[in-house]
Design a protein around this ligand. Structure first.
Ligand SMILES: [Zn+2]
Length: 273
């Protein structure tokens, strides 16, 4: 059993990292790891929460979320500098306070840090602020409402909140009947001349052979996260291979350290390999 990353979850995370104005933002989690499992498991599908023996279904607790999209993870983590965390808190909290904001319905909760004291968990459904675990002083955590995991508008709403867009701007663009949503979510990484789109080739590290490099390698590094893959330098060396092995084991894929079709698809990338 493996937790799937929904296109909207990925788009919400990509929008946050690439187009919200945080210079230090790095995607650090879209799939479950042991730490998240021990703390609740919002990154897990409902299936995996049960399979791992967690026994509780943290991502499906709202009555109107029950039964929606059980195979998908519901949350993303973005690691940031102290200054960016504080900026993030200010932007998100300003939007959180206004319960009439239509973006709220797409957000289960966002964890962030005001720069002093404990990190906070902003519950967008109940409007309550509680304490988040200490690790949220260095990473923001966002959760899509499970019922909207396949809704592109949910991704745009998250992105809009992270970049601090005003309610008026959002409403004018997204809530008018017949209004066409613009492409606010960044497209997958562009392929520069001589470079490679994610999913277009097999990535493999073989000691003694020329090391592969490119946008597609950096994509995998960002996807797996800096804790395992190191900085996204686009170089597929030994560390890249060990990060891929870890990811494959986590997802229940064949563990060979090679990013082929199955591993690309598991990362939400189309591949014709
Ligand atoms: Zn998280």
């Amino acid at each position: 059993m493996a937790t799937l990353v929904s296109p909207a979850l990925r788009a919400a995370a990509d929008g946050f990292v690439k187009a919200s104005g945080y210079g230090s933002a790095v995607l650090s989690g879209l799939v479950p790891d042991r730490r998240h499992l021990s703390q609740g498991g919002y990154h897990c599908s409902v299936e995996d929460l049960l399979a791992y023996g967690n026994g509780r279904d943290y991502s499906n607790t709202r009555a109107d979320d029950k039964g929606f999209n059980p195979k998908y993870g519901a949350a993303y983590d973005v690691t940031m500098s102290r200054a960016d965390m504080i900026r993030h808190y200010k932007r998100v909290y300003a939007i959180f306070k206004d319960k009439s904001d239509p973006r709220h319905k797409y957000i289960n909760a966002i964890n962030t840090w005001p720069g002093v004291g404990d990190p906070v968990r902003l519950d967008f459904v109940t409007g309550k602020v509680t304490r988040a675990s200490k690790d949220h002083s260095w990473h923001a955590h966002g959760e899509l409402r499970r019922r909207y995991l396949l809704d592109a508008k949910a991704a745009r709403a998250h992105h809009s909140v992270h970049r601090g867009e005003s309610k008026a701007t959002w409403v004018a663009r997204e809530e008018k009947t017949g209004a066409k949503p613009p492409a606010t979510i960044p497209a997958p990484p562009k392929t520069a001349a001589g470079n490679h789109a994610p999913g277009s080739r097999v990535l493999q590290y073989v000691p003694g052979r020329a090391v592969l490099g490119g946008d597609d390698v950096a994509f995998v590094q960002r996807f797996i996260g800096t804790a395992r893959a190191g900085p996204a330098d686009g170089v597929a060396g030994a560390k890249f291979r060990s990060a891929v092995l870890w990811y494959q084991a986590l997802r229940g894929l064949k563990s060979d350290g090679i990013v082929g079709k199955a591993t690309w698809v598991a990362m939400g990338v189309k591949s014709n390999l």
